[in-house]
Design a protein around this ligand. Structure first.
Ligand code: NAD
Ligand code: UDX
Length: 435
């Protein structure tokens, strides 16, 4: 099959590469010429484990192409994916300007019957809007399908190649057949394609992200309660997760969820409800808890140190989660801005996100080559992103070079007992030592 993918970001590049890997001829399109030039050289502009190798292999095999010319790629394609950004817009609604602009360009470029797939996360009713826009610019036959993406950054290839499920929203039998053929290599009995109407498919994506965000905020509220009553949220988490009806995933308390999806998708779903006269109070609470949680390490530091000015702090981890260089809505941003605002010096380290982080902090922080270098002379370490290399640090070595051995563990990855034994003052999230 010939496939065009519009938008070569985290989702478009992964989807395009995986379709090429399954034997299709894929052209990825982007308006950003630097991205396209880099990809043509075999350089992947984002950090995503395994992606560069797969891009190079498929490009070398002649199955994966990159271009800025949308019309030339869309014209011969049987399936066109729209995978452009849908950032937070006015009053929390998803901003559809990039999706609708892409739809207009697609309409002008169609040459034959084509299936146009909304891959971007878009609110209920967008498939109809995209249909309307395309119809204004073409006489060709076409169908618009909703096919939301559920991949996680840092595990994007694994998630795409072995999805829990593929959701396809369409009322067209012709489109359904084409989509079933396209996804056949990735689905198994236990991970089926779920066909449904486009509205339900669009809502499924928001519902899934909002549910996961709700679990996280619930645990962060439990952590706050644990601190007040002297319980350990890590014990509570294990006790809850062992119940098969609950399960262990997405129950980790921390310093709040970030990334390009949860924050904006929770807001957009709340806005969708409001637009039809419903108040989604639960999601407002989820957001409020998350906002508080992003401030919680700064609050703990102010309580412990009082004045932060003239103090030096190490921040371990800048990206919103491990195995990515994505800084969008990263909790590190609010923490570091808070520390700088209180007059503190910040020495940070992240294994891959330093280049992305420079766009946020410029020269206002020091970028250290290792987590040990970041901790030199520091009054405390803030562990923000749970990269594996931060899980078992040499505490003796750290203590020898720090000004005061204090650890604010924003992800509960260091054993508090061990830290205390090594002479550290330890603060976690929802652990007794924090109170
Ligand atoms: P991104 O910002 O990384 O990439 C979007 C790309 O689209 C950019 O490179 C931009 O230059 C390009 N673009 C915009 N308009 C264009 C046009 N008219 N023609 C060609 N290129 C154009 O975005 P992303 O993180 O890949 O997210 C894309 C969508 O997928 C969003 O709706 C997001 O909510 C959703 N999503 C993201 C993830 C994720 O983990 N990042 C997961 C699931 C779903
Ligand atoms: C999320 C969804 O998981 C994915 O299905 C969707 O397609 C895009 O949005 P992503 O944003 O890449 O993926 O990362 P995810 O692993 O879901 O983590 C999101 C945020 O929640 C991170 O900041 C992470 O640190 C936080 N988180 C996650 C917790 O605080 N606790 C947890 O238990 C899990």
């Amino acid at each position: 099959m010939k496939i065009a993918v519009i938008g070569t970001g985290y989702v478009g590049l992964v989807a395009g590469t995986c379709f090429a890997e399954s034997g299709h001829e894929v052209t990825c399109i982007d308006v950003n010429p630097r991205k396209i030039q880099a990809l043509r050289r075999g350089e992947v502009p984002i950090y995503e484990p395994g992606l560069e190798e797969l891009v190079r292999r498929n490009a070398a095999a002649g199955r994966l192409h990159f271009t800025e010319e949308l019309a030339g790629a869309v014209g011969p394609a049987q399936v066109v994916f729209i995978a452009v950004g849908t950032p937070e817009g006015e009053t929390g609604r998803a901003d559809l300007q990039y999706v609708l602009a892409a739809a207009e360009q697609v309409g002008r470029a169609l040459r034959q019957y084509t299936v146009i797939v909304d891959k971007s996360t878009v609110p209920v009713g967008t498939a109809d809007k995209v249909h309307e826009v395309i119809a204004r610019h073409t006489r060709c036959e076409f169908d618009v399908v909703s096919n939301p993406e559920f991949l996680k950054e840092g595990a994007a290839l694994e998630d795409f190649l072995k999805p829990d499920r593929v959701v396809i929203g369409t009322r067209s039998e012709r489109a359904r057949k084409l989509m079933a053929e396209l996804y056949a290599p990735f689905v198994r009995t236990e991970s089926p394609i779920l066909f449904m109407d486009p509205c339900s498919a669009e809502l499924t994506k928001y519902a899934a992200n909002a549910m996961l965000a709700t679990r996280i905020s619930f645990m962060n509220d439990m952590a706050a309660l644990c601190e007040k009553v002297g319980a350990d949220v890590e014990q509570v988490r294990k006790g809850m997760g062992a119940d098969k009806r609950i399960g262990y995933s997405f129950l980790h308390p921390g310093i709040g969820y970030g990334g390009s999806c949860f924050p904006k998708d929770v807001k957009a779903l709340t806005a969708t409800a409001r637009d039809v006269g419903l108040e989604f109070d639960l999601l407002r609470a989820v957001e409020n808890t998350n906002a508080r949680q992003k401030r919680c390490l700064l609050t703990k530091a102010l309580r412990h140190f009082g004045d932060l000015s003239e103090r030096t702090f190490a921040v371990w981890g800048l990206a919103f989660k491990p195995k990515t260089d994505d800084m969008r809505e990263a909790p590190s941003v609010e923490l570091i801005e808070g520390l700088l605002g209180k007059g503190a010096r910040v020495q940070c380290h992240d294994p891959v996100a330093v280049e992305s982080a420079r766009r946020y902090f410029g020269d206002r922080v020091l970028y250290a080559p290792t987590c040990y270098a970041a901790a030199e002379g520091a009054d405390a370490i803030f562990l923000v992103t749970e990269w594996n290399e931060f899980r078992h640090p040499d505490l003796k070595r750290l203590k020898a070079t720090m000004k005061s051995p204090t650890l604010f563990d924003g992800r509960n990855v260091i054993d508090p007992r061990l830290a205390r034994e090594e002479g550290f003052t330890y603060f976690g999230i929802g652990r007794p030592s924090a109170s």
